[in-house]
Write a new protein. Structure first.
Length: 83
């Protein structure tokens, strides 16, 4: 496991981090690691997100099976806006 040293952390940022760590019953280091895991995606996470995006785009590209008897959401919104 790698070691990371961070210098010149602004005082107010460090105080907020320390307060959040205390609230979560963690050390400052453990809190930083959790924040990094939460907000910095790994290569595997980026691949998973891209795969998900491709699936969503395929789903959005499909045409509806039937137009149906009801207006589309866009048509209903246009109607509401035009009132």
């Amino acid at each position: 496991m790698a070691t990371l040293y961070v210098e010149n952390v602004p005082g107010d940022l460090y105080d907020a981090l320390k307060k959040q760590a205390k609230k979560n019953r963690k050390s400052v280091a453990a809190e930083v690691i959790q924040l990094l895991e939460q907000f910095v995606p790994t290569e595997a996470e980026l691949k998973r997100r891209h795969a998900f995006l491709r699936e969503v785009m395929k789903f959005q590209a499909r045409k509806p099976l039937t137009p149906g008897p009801h207006p589309s959401a866009e048509e209903m919104l246009r109607e509401i806006r035009d009132r």
